[in-house]
Design a protein around this ligand. Structure first.
Ligand SMILES: *Cc1c(COP(=O)(O)O)cnc(C)c1O
Length: 393
């Protein structure tokens, strides 16, 4: 008995030594929440006034704040997620079972999933090299081909990926020419601009996400940007179970439970106050990486003339898949999180069966690209740790 006990102690001691190994450096995250300071105050107000519901003063103020930030006479409905916002945009555009929706392939699955919620078919379009976003040439080719095959697409979902604006001029010219509405996925592009106009305001509908990793967060949430008050009210109606005007519960539409909570909108109000700082911080992180790594073969994505990116995540393109993986694992070994660029939707097992118009650009970016830690709360010390590792590599 006694001997066995002693042995166990010895074993435990060995284990302890491993845990406090000096190699265990503090984790550096890709992008983590960054509170401004007043979030607590607004959340406390919600508690003090008992507005613990999907309506209340914080929601109204958060929406007003977003509307005045993006301008262009837009009307914003605060929702429970960016995904829900895309879903409601499709519903309001009347996209139905059997319809086709053109969608940027190089994106997060949340851009595409709602197309399937309404029973429509996603058609994937590849990217252009200059923005990593929707290629205008392929988009027009796809529209012509779908029309020739007998079905005009009902909508286009265009994405400002990693905060970099897509080619707004070219894409919207095509949308007007063929009269196909655009849902502008600005989930990660709050604060980005084209010719001084805020992303999210170009489409027939726009969407933002306030998920925990985005440039500002409500821990989870989103918004639908509408070009009329009527469409905003319709969005809120749909997002709150589609209750008709009546003292009892009367329904003549299918509804959803997508409204943002007044408690979380309190976080949003506080975050909105520091949005400009967050954009500047992310842009400065990009510049720091670019300058410090200029003597490496890593390639950075430049802003096309007239565009302003919030630089949500700094991305680099390496020489090859093998090198990308070596760098990623090398960073991981130093407890630094990095991530390959999005795997294109047309390569995802669940989306294999859908039509696609492909030029190879998104596949190449997926193979060789890497997102670097870009949180606005990264310290100078943390950034220099990442840079040192990359330069050593
Ligand atoms: C985050 C994100 C979404 C989804 O937003 P949620 O609020 O997480 O539902 C959609 N599209 C893109 C490009 C995103 O980055």
């Amino acid at each position: 008995m006694r001997i066995r006990k002693k042995r166990n102690i010895k074993k435990n001691r060995k284990f302890e030594v491993k845990l406090i190994h000096p190699q265990m450096k503090k984790k550096i995250w890709l992008s983590s929440p960054h509170m401004g300071g007043n979030e607590n105050k607004y959340v406390q107000e919600a508690f003090d006034t008992n507005w613990i519901a999907p309506l209340g003063p914080n929601i109204n103020e958060f929406e007003k704040g977003l509307e005045s930030y993006i301008g262009e006479d837009k009307h914003v409905a605060a929702l429970s997620s960016g995904t829900g916002a895309i879903h409601l945009a499709l519903v309001q555009l009347g996209v139905q079972e059997g319809d086709e929706v053109l969608c940027q392939s190089f994106t997060f699955a949340a851009s595409v999933n709602p197309i399937t919620y309404v029973g429509a078919t996603p058609i994937f379009i590849d990217s252009e090299q200059s923005t990593y976003n929707l290629c205008p040439v392929l988009l027009e080719e796809a529209i012509k081909d779908r029309i020739a095959k007998g079905k005009k697409p009902k909508a286009v979902i265009a994405v400002h990926l990693y905060g970099m604006p897509y080619n707004v001029d070219a894409i919207h010219r095509i949308s007007e020419k063929y009269e196909i509405p655009i849902i502008e996925d600005a989930a990660s592009a709050l604060g980005s601009e084209v010719n001084g106009q805020k992303c999210g305001t170009f489409g027939d509908f726009g969407i933002f996400s306030f998920n925990g990793n985005k440039i500002i967060t409500t821990s989870g949430g989103g918004a639908l940007i509408c070009n009329s008050k009527v469409k905003k009210e319709k969005a809120i109606f749909l997002a709150t179970q589609a209750r008709d005007e009546a003292p009892h519960y009367e329904h003549s539409h299918i509804g959803y439970n997508y409204r943002m909570s007044n408690v979380l909108a309190g976080i949003g109000r506080g975050q909105l106050e520091v949005l400009q700082d967050r954009v500047l911080a992310r842009r400065s992180i990009f510049e720091t990486y670019k300058e410090a790594l200029k003597n490496t073969p890593l390639q950075f994505l430049e802003e096309p003339v007239g565009t302003y990116s919030n630089r949500w995540l700094t991305t680099v393109v390496t020489a090859s898949y093998a090198e990308r993986e070596k760098i990623r694992l090398y960073l991981q070994n130093e407890n630094i999180e990095s991530r390959p660029l999005w795997k294109p939707m047309h390569l995802q097992p669940i989306f294999q069966k859908y039509p696609r118009y492909i030029n190879g650009i998104s596949e190449n970016l997926f193979e060789k690209g890497l997102c670097l830690p870009s949180g606005s709360n990264s310290t100078a010390h943390e950034l220099s740790r990442v840079i040192k590792v990359l330069n050593n590599f």
